[in-house]
Design a protein around this ligand. Structure first.
Ligand SMILES: NC(=O)C1=CN([C@@H]2O[C@H](COP(=O)(O)OP(=O)(O)OC[C@H]3O[C@@H](n4cnc5c(N)ncnc54)[C@H](O)[C@@H]3O)[C@@H](O)[C@H]2O)C=CC1
Ligand SMILES: O=C([O-])CC(=O)C(=O)O
Length: 326
């Protein structure tokens, strides 16, 4: 049996937390041979609810659940953490954009970035889910100067999975057969879901669909505004699908993608002209616990235009939080 790893989850009493924790404890995220210790962070007023979730986790008798800790102090919850999934933040409601949450949520990530810096494993893998996810991940990264910047990531996987599902529906093919999907940029309606390189059974998806108007007028707005459509329909923001995307993101980062492309929000290394350090969605492959940006893709004029729009938005968000970073 492997030694247990420590997985910190913030916002443990929230909707995403409830859809996420049981799957982590059952081994879906890190493998059926990997015991986990859950370190749960939430606000003081949510501690009773966290206790209730822990009681239910106990009642599942998960063989891989090697321990649990609950706290309202990030310095406790992040102690020696090998993984940190930062969900805890306010969700938006109808009529808001995710960046409207920056004022309410940004400050959370300075405190938590510093606590990770001071207490987590030096190899901690951090995924920021709380919105606006890219800029919050950027704030956490900048607040943790002693940890490698590459350990901080933002969740674009829900956009990636939404795009796969829309393409499967359009082509009548299976989701599992779609390769080489990419999503560029911010987790916001400006993100650019790019299927120019996608294939199904070796055939080009772009040629199969052969409809640029569908791409720009149906596909991109559907994927980009899917979060708002869920809020409209459910009255609450996506939770189970967000938890599922978080599981996929960490699973693939930790255990590898066998050459398959996935999308992660990561600090740019300058690839594709994205300034270094910008927390940007890129197509990546993962192996041996590391991600690598897929290189050498041609960026045509339409794509460059879309990438510039989402980059500009991220740079504006970054300017808007400069005061938090001192
Ligand atoms: N990146 C993505 O693709 C997605 C991101 N989200 C975002 O995830 C976040 C959480 O969503 P839900 O679980 O639906 O919200 P929720 O309101 O159900 O739960 C949030 C939880 O976080 C806790 N919390 C608030 N501030 C905290 C802090 N400083 N430290 C620790 N815990 C704290 C709250 O007490 C609550 O229990 C929201 O910001 C939402 O917009 C949601 C869906 C997809
Ligand atoms: O839209 C929201 O506010 C929640 C979210 O990030 C998503 O569902 O993509």
């Amino acid at each position: 049996m492997k030694a247990p790893v420590r997985v910190a989850v913030t916002g443990a009493a929230g909707q995403i937390g409830y859809a996420l924790l049981f799957r982590i404890a059952s081994g879906e995220m890190l493998g059926k041979d990997q015991p986990v210790i859950l370190q749960l962070l939430d606000l003081p007023q949510a501690q009773a609810a966290v206790k209730g979730v822990m009681m239910e986790l106990e009642d599942c008798a998960f063989p891989l659940l090697a321990g649990m800790v609950a706290s309202d102090d990030p310095n406790v919850a992040f102690k020696d953490a090998d993984y940190a999934i930062l969900v805890g933040a306010r969700p938006r409601s109808k009529g808001m954009e995710r960046k409207d949450l920056l004022e309410a949520n940004g400050a959370i990530f300075t405190v938590q970035g510093k606590a990770l810096n001071d207490h987590a494993s030096r190899n901690v893998k951090v995924l920021v889910v709380g919105n606006p996810a890219n800029t919050n991940a950027y704030i956490a990264m900048k607040s943790a100067p002693d940890l490698p910047a590459k350990n901080f990531t933002a969740m674009l996987r829900l956009d990636h999975n939404r795009a796969l599902s829309q393409l499967a529906a359009k082509t009548g093919k299976a989701v599992a057969d779609i390769e080489n999907m990419a999503v560029w940029g911010n987790h916001s309606p400006t993100m650019y879901a790019d299927y120019r390189f996608a294939t199904i059974g070796g055939e080009s998806v772009k040629q199969m669909i052969n409809d640029d108007v569908w791409n720009s007028d149906v596909f991109l707005p559907t994927v980009g505004k899917r979060g708002a459509a869920i809020i409209e329909a459910r009255g609450l923001s996506s939770a189970a699908s967000a938890a599922n995307a978080a599981i996929d993101h960490i699973h693939d980062w930790a255990l590898g993608t066998n050459g398959k492309w996935v999308t992660m929000g990561i600090p740019s290394d300058g690839s594709y002209g994205i300034p270094e350090g910008v927390m940007f969605g890129f197509p990546v492959t993962c192996a041996n616990g590391e991600y690598t940006i897929v290189q050498g893709l041609e960026i045509d004029e339409f794509s460059r235009g879309r990438i510039n729009v989402t980059l500009n938005e991220l740079e504006e968000e970054r300017a808007g939080v400069a005061h938090l970073l001192g």
